[in-house]
Design a protein around this ligand. Structure first.
Ligand SMILES: Cc1cc2nc3c(=O)[nH]c(=O)nc-3n(C[C@H](O)[C@H](O)[C@H](O)COP(=O)(O)OP(=O)(O)OC[C@H]3O[C@@H](n4cnc5c(N)ncnc54)[C@H](O)[C@@H]3O)c2cc1C
Length: 391
């Protein structure tokens, strides 16, 4: 392939590869594309979970799914029946392999593996010049999915920091039918902290500790809590760690930088992909990637993640404002949210499929006072973010 592609994708992670899969499916209509990715080998470095029917994008890659889950805070437990929209898990290794197969099947896309973008791309004579550790490229369009700014205080309303291990226990200790979505039983630290358990079999589970806090936390800062969480689950039995995963996700990130140029598109986790109230991004990335391919077919320019509707933004930001102002109330709020009579409403809401009736039911399930108190500051913040995004 020429080193003069039509499209350069910077970063071959979830967003870059999802876009590449969608473009590869266009066959001869796929723009000549190079993906620049520092990795030469893709490790099974994470799992992606989401609620989805079999029709959800990439649902066929799921390695596991659950129909029940619970949220617990002390004696209060909300059981959630999610059979209609199961909680699915995709192993990163399966996703990366599927993406590489799709790319290999279309000669118009290649991955420049082992190459890292080293300087800020510049536009010269109508084309973007990108210098990497191994070559220089020029293309009409760039999709930049590299991580945005590093996680730091003030970079998001809250940071979702988590660290977990997938373990094999010597005896059956897990209930493989039920996910522990949020278990607030850890020692009180004054911050929002819970255990998340994905039981893969009766002996194998992914156990994670998650903190929602204005300060991002490295995995080392979660090590004690993770040890405590694992100990509480294995009841003194021996176990082996199969792999570990950790991350820091923005919840209510500041507005992504305004596009520098219509031919320079930013996407991915730090650029509007993460749902503010959950940090989940996988399905939103899939929808964005499919939308980009549709735009190519229609002869339209690519675009980044579209801002959420005002009402959804306001609800997410209001929820985050309450969590920030009153972290001690979080366990009860989450139990109330997931424990409301029709749990499908909250699942649709978290999956960007909520209706106005769902929104109203969620509002009715939560105590009014803390939310009313946060409305003025939240509205100001959402309007400021929208102004920045459209500037
Ligand atoms: C451990 C973990 C678990 C998660 N679980 C879930 C989940 O269950 N559900 C959910 O919806 N979301 C989840 N997320 C959030 C989100 O879906 C993922 O972070 C997702 O990988 C984001 O995709 P991305 O393409 O923006 O970033 P990444 O997948 O991180 O891709 C960014 C890419 O940019 C590359 N890169 C970096 N620097 C350069 C450079 N200089 N030049 C070129 N390339 C560069 C990187 O190598 C990487 O491949 C999880 C995140 C993590 C970290």
């Amino acid at each position: 392939m020429s080193t003069e592609p039509e499209l350069l994708i910077l970063g071959g992670g979830c967003a870059g590869l999802s876009l590449a899969m969608q473009l590869a499916a266009l066959g001869r209509d796929c723009p000549r594309t190079v993906i620049i990715e520092p990795r030469t080998v893709y490790a099974n470095d994470r799992t992606w979970c989401f609620w989805g029917t079999p029709a959800a994008p990439l649902a066929d890659l799921s390695c596991h799914q659950w129909s029940t889950m619970m949220v617990r805070a002390g004696r209060k437990i909300a059981f959630v029946d999610c059979a209609a929209m199961p909680y699915r898990m995709i192993a990163a290794a399966d996703f990366y392999a599927a993406a590489q197969r799709a790319i290999a099947a279309n000669a118009r896309i290649t991955i420049a593996a082992g190459e890292r973008v080293t300087t800020a791309p510049v536009k010269r004579n109508g084309r973007w010049q990108v210098i990497t550790s191994g070559a220089s490229y020029s293309a009409a369009t760039v999709v930049d999915t590299r991580p945005a700014a590093p996680a730091e205080p003030g970079g998001a309303t809250l940071w979702q920091s988590f660290s977990g291990v997938e373990i094999d226990c010597d005896e059956a200790v897990f209930d493989p039918a039920c996910v522990d979505l949020m278990d607030f039983s850890l020692k009180d630290t004054g911050r929002i902290q819970f255990v998340y358990v994905l039981p893969l079999t009766a002996r194998r589970a992914l156990i994670e500790v998650t903190v929602f806090d204005p300060m991002p936390l490295a995995a080392a800062g979660l090590a004690d809590a993770l040890e405590q969480a694992v100990a509480a689950r294995v009841h003194g039995l021996t176990y082996q760690v199969r792999r570990a995963e950790q991350g820091i996700l923005p919840m209510g990130a500041m507005a992504p930088a305004a596009p520098v140029d219509p031919d320079y598109v930013r996407a991915g986790l730090g650029n509007g992909a993460a749902r503010p109230s959950s940090g989940y991004a996988f399905q939103r990335i899939q929808r964005w990637a499919a939308g980009c391919a549709a735009r190519v077919t229609a002869g339209q320019p690519l675009q980044g993640h579209v801002a959420d509707p005002f009402l959804l933004q306001a609800m997410d930001q209001l929820f985050l404002s309450v969590l920030t102002a009153q972290p001690a109330s979080a366990p009860a709020l989450f139990v109330a949210l997931f424990g409301q009579p029709d749990a499908a409403r909250v699942l649709r809401f978290l999956s960007d499929e909520g209706t106005l009736t769902d929104y109203l039911a969620l509002i009715a399930a939560l105590p009014a006072r803390p939310f009313l108190q946060q409305i003025p500051a939240t509205l100001q913040r959402v309007l400021r973010q929208r102004r920045m995004a459209s500037a």
